[in-house]
Design a protein. Sequence first.
Length: 289
Amino acid sequence: MWPERTFGTVQVVAVVGVVVAAGMAAAGCAARHEATASSQAALGCPEDLCGRTKVMSRVVGEANPDGMSMTNVVGPHGVLGLQIEDDRFVGVTSSGRRIDDEAMEESLILLERDFDHARFYLRIDQYEQVPDWVTGAPVTAYRLVYQRIDLDDGRGERPLCGKPESSGWEGLAGLSFVFGDDHFIEASRTLTVAANQWFNLACAGDDRAAMHLYRHDQVGAKLGFQTSVAERQAVYKMLGADYCGTGQTFTKEGIPSASSMTAAFSRRWIRPRPRSRSSPSGTTRAPPA
């Protein structure tokens, strides 16, 4: 079984391509429960930038669906080309030298919002590695801060990601995860997989970050955790309690739920996982292999 974790409202179990809600009333799909709080409230991040960097383009000047585009990347020693390799920011200098990991700290990703031309920088404050939720293998994470630069709003730098209200994220507050190729469609709780210019920038507490830590993405596939699009979609719907399969979610921040995988599903992993154990918080984690 997968380790149980707390995210939303009631216990759900994901199997291949299917989401089952224990005890869900048939009429439950007709009336929408209180939806998950907005990104600003749920993740504690600032209203003028939060929620606008969930998906970004590697292409300079190409806006995301919320109108935010990257205009330049500047490292401690000059302008950089930005690449997303698996779960890492990689900078390329004008001479072709590659820098990554700690060497990317203090780099600035310059952003502009198209509808009001507000300009920001996103600074890589710290590079970290945290254990994934499957085997405890290292996952790259970043602490990112931002500031508006076209006017002085008197607020200075602020963290992009705040403290999640949901449990199960202990020790991860304020972290961001970057990864590409998995494109999440929030309205329908579906996803597609294709190598393209888009990459995800997900805060701890966000379902996309959970997908990454559960190795249900292309980064995980490269490491040997092979999952189909249908399997990833099932987990994505499970995390949002999309019981009806329509994209409608039935989660609410701060109200616990538990999720687990079937034994048959677990056997698909390349490495066996040890029996999970309960943590003092009441969530359950699998210890590192």
